[in-house]
Design a protein around this ligand. Structure first.
Ligand SMILES: Cc1ncc(COP(=O)(O)O)c(C=O)c1O
Length: 384
């Protein structure tokens, strides 16, 4: 499919078909498409020059907002993509601890850079050097005992543990608090990848939502409502080697002024309206989950609602829960996966846009009516 314009919660393809968008740029559009305040800030910035190469005052303004929002942040740096932010976070952790190895989970996604895709499973992806396994410890998500054991036995070499802080395989209640406790006790940094959750679950992301403070947090997606930018936030102590040029952090488009202007406008909007935006996002996501589950189970389907409410995902599943990587793998094979693909494609034909293998996203531009329409389309789809 090819698209030509989008506004609010709607996106229109090249043939003029309009969809209610529940993909929202893979989560990049928390305020909806073409938000007027963000667009105005971007237009203004373009008039003032889109690229300076050297630092801009916008960096301070956006850093202030990020540090304000992020419980672990005293300073922030800006890059372009989520993958870059995670690579920078890992580099900072290695520099800070003087250790090389990184713990990573078998659930969640941290981007497409080599270190985040190398896996002991064969064949794995092509083009990823397997030598990276020497500096990687794979950890079992939601397995408190297994994770604790592996972290303990690797403590001498582990610089940091990185996790997607709230993947669609939701963290069990005790899992992240235990992870925080053990990493802190052993002097291992905890990196929360908040690329999807940052400014979405709450203004302060997962850290605020769950009341857990990481050592380093990374942001992108909702951060600038559709403009390419990412950030790393951490204490001044962890950031020190960046300021002193000991940790390389350069990139032509890092801290790109146009994206910074979009970020500042987005964060101001979210901050100003946080008492309404966040309760609404959670309410709409919860309503979507509940109505989808009802409609499907009334029609005899076995299904589960996954993920945090602002990024809901209702899937066909014969399992009672999906909380481990082994359970997660069942989502991608067999009849349940086939059904999900068929339903997703049929909903697209009915004007409801999502992709089959990805959670949905609600934004502040979605309304209750949008959720009702989606549920009605779902009911029509399973009837026919
Ligand atoms: C949790 C998470 N981390 C990292 C990334 C990578 O971000 P990017 O695609 O901007 O490199 C993504 C992208 O989907 C993500 O969802």
């Amino acid at each position: 499919m090819y698209f030509r314009q989008a506004l609010g919660s709607r996106i229109t393809d090249v043939d003029g078909n309009e969809f209610i968008d529940f993909l929202m740029g893979f989560g990049a559009l928390l305020l909806g498409h073409a938000n007027p305040a963000v667009n105005e800030a971007v237009h203004e910035q373009i008039e003032k020059g889109s690229m300076y190469g050297l630092n801009s005052e916008l960096e301070f303004k956006v850093a202030e907002k990020v540090v304000d929002a992020s419980p672990c942040g005293e300073q922030a740096i800006f890059l372009v993509t989520g993958s870059e932010a995670n690579s920078a976070a890992v580099r900072l952790a290695r520099a800070y601890t003087g250790k090389d190895t990184i713990g990573r989970f078998d659930v969640g996604y941290n981007g497409w850079h080599d270190a985040f895709l190398v896996t002991p499973n064969r064949p794995g992806f092509l083009g990823i050097p397997r030598t990276l396994l020497k500096t990687t410890v794979m950890l079992p998500w939601n397995d408190v005992d297994g994770t604790t054991r592996l972290i303990r036995s690797s403590r001498q070499k582990l610089a940091a543990v990185i996790c997607e802080s709230y993947p669609y395989v939701s963290p069990d209640k005790e899992f992240l608090p235990t992870l925080r406790e053990i990493t802190e006790r052993l002097g291992i940094l905890l990196i929360f990848d908040e690329v999807k959750t940052g400014f979405r679950l709450a203004f302060g992301g997962t850290q605020e939502f769950l009341g857990i403070t990481a050592d380093i947090a990374t942001y992108s997606k909702a951060f600038a409502n559709g403009f390419p930018i990412s950030a790393v936030a951490a204490s001044a102590e962890i950031m020190r080697p960046v300021a002193e040029f000991e940790v390389p952090y350069w990139g032509t488009f890092n801290a790109y002024p146009v994206s910074l202007a979009a970020a500042l406008a987005t964060l101001r909007e979210l901050d100003r309206n946080k008492d309404t935006v966040y309760p609404n996002l959670h309410r709409l996501g919860r309503a979507l989950k509940k109505s989808f589950l009802e409609a499907l189970s009334e029609n005899g389907y076995k299904c589960l609602a996954l993920g945090a409410d602002p990024m809901p995902w209702v899937v066909f599943s014969h399992l009672k829960q999906i909380s481990t990587s082994k359970q997660e793998r069942t989502l991608y094979r067999g009849k349940d996966a086939e059904l999900r693909w068929r339903l997703s494609m049929d909903l697209v034909k009915r004007g409801i846009l999502s992709v089959p293998d990805h959670p949905w996203f609600v934004s502040s531009s979605h309304s209750e009516k949008d959720i009702h329409t989606a549920v009605n389309m779902l009911r029509d789809s399973i009837r026919t």
